[in-house]
Design a protein around this ligand. Structure first.
Ligand code: KG4
Ligand code: ZN
Length: 331
């Protein structure tokens, strides 16, 4: 049995969690910076880094206390080493290095995307490799075949915006503030998804990739025209996004080889309409559909600790104390 401290600081959530190899989350804490970034309508990297620097160590202290553990009870320290906003990543990674040195513990430099990709296995012990993964967050929009820790085949990515980014920009256009995804989803409940004609970029294309820039521009034009209710725009945007996701994921599934399940992860996986559509798609392909609980979809430290558990179990070595923080780091 291994016990790992996970640290996440790559965007606007400061998070720490203690997770063991039996899939138990012994304690976790997340400090959101929503209030700090809200006046700017998006995450300001410098403000994020300062907030991480202020909050991370007390948060780790709290998590250890809550679980009644000390550094000497741990088997490793896992921290996000990228990709993400580099100032924040450095705060988390340097903290992890210092703790690893102080506790004479292995350091595991985790790819944030691997955290999202493996998080469904923390919640669901029955999920076996390989599985098809739609990874949709604020910074990423990819379809992967997950063959195991450190073993990914990417079938699709976005040629412009990520899906979460499109939600956030739509929210900004509609004056819904930040963070945008949940606000658009809420407003869409009151709208008609067929009211505003919007494009479905790349739908029907034989090449598996995503594109959301054209959809975003069309949302802007629809809003500026003054001819539509904001709720109708939100609902129509969400419907267009769902059509794109389903079309692209369906195509990817056909070219992926046998997989055990269709899995969705990342912040946008919190969206109920998207979940429901993917569930239908999985059924059409004869696959179980798996989505982690909402708290594991958005950024959190339990998924980083869990990626550490999986990597240790798969025999990956610890990282050296001079391992670099990486703003970009494809899986
Ligand atoms: O994974 P995540 O917490 O951070 C990144 O690594 O990017 O994802 C955040 C993204 C944001 O763009 C946010 O607007 C979006 O996920 N999001 C949603 C919902 N909840 C969060 N998008 C659509 N519907 C939601 N309910
Ligand atoms: Zn994320």
């Amino acid at each position: 049995m291994a016990l790992i401290l996970g640290i996440e600081s790559s965007c606007d959530e400061t998070a720490a969690a203690l997770v063991d190899s039996d899939r138990r989350i012994l304690a976790q804490a997340i400090a959101s910076q929503e209030a700090e970034h809200a006046p700017y309508g998006g995450v300001v990297p410098e403000i994020a880094a300062r907030a991480h620097a202020m909050r991370l160590v007390p948060l780790i202290e709290r998590v250890l206390k809550e679980a009644n553990r000390t550094l000497s009870d741990l088997d490793a320290i896992a921290a996000t080493a990228g990709p993400g906003l580099i100032g924040g990543v450095m705060v988390g990674l340097v903290t992890a290095k210092a703790l690893a040195m102080a506790g004479d513990l292995p350091l595991l430099a985790i790819n944030h995307l691997e955290g999202h990709a493996l998080s469904p296995r923390l919640a669901d012990p029955s999920l076996q490799f390989p599985y098809a993964l739609l990874l949709v967050s604020g910074g990423h929009c990819q379809i992967l075949r997950v063959d195991g820790p450190g073993r990914y085949r990417r079938l699709a990515t976005t040629i412009d915006d990520a899906l979460g980014e499109a939600f956030d920009k739509t929210a900004k256009i509609l004056g819904l503030g930040y963070p945008g995804g949940p606000a658009v989803e809420r407003l869409a409940l009151a709208g008609n998804p067929r009211a505003v004609p919007l494009p479905r970029p790349l739908v029907g294309s034989g090449e598996v990739h995503f594109s959301f820039a054209g959809l975003k521009s069309a949302v802007l034009r629809a809003a500026e025209s003054g001819a539509h209710e904001p709720a109708d725009i939100a609902a129509s945007f969400q419907a267009a996004a769902v059509d794109c996701i389903i079309d692209r994921t369906s195509l990817a599934l056909k070219g992926m080889g046998p997989v055990s399940a269709l899995v969705v992860a990342g912040g946008v996986a919190a969206n109920q309409t998207i979940r429901a559509a993917l569930e239908g798609l999985a059924a059409n392909h004869g696959l179980p559909f798996i989505a982690p609980p909402l708290a594991l979809c958005t950024d959190n430290a339990a998924m980083i600790a869990w990626a550490g558990v999986e990597r240790m179990a798969a025999g990956f070595p610890a990282d050296p104390l001079d391992v670099a923080a990486r703003p970009r780091w494809p899986l």
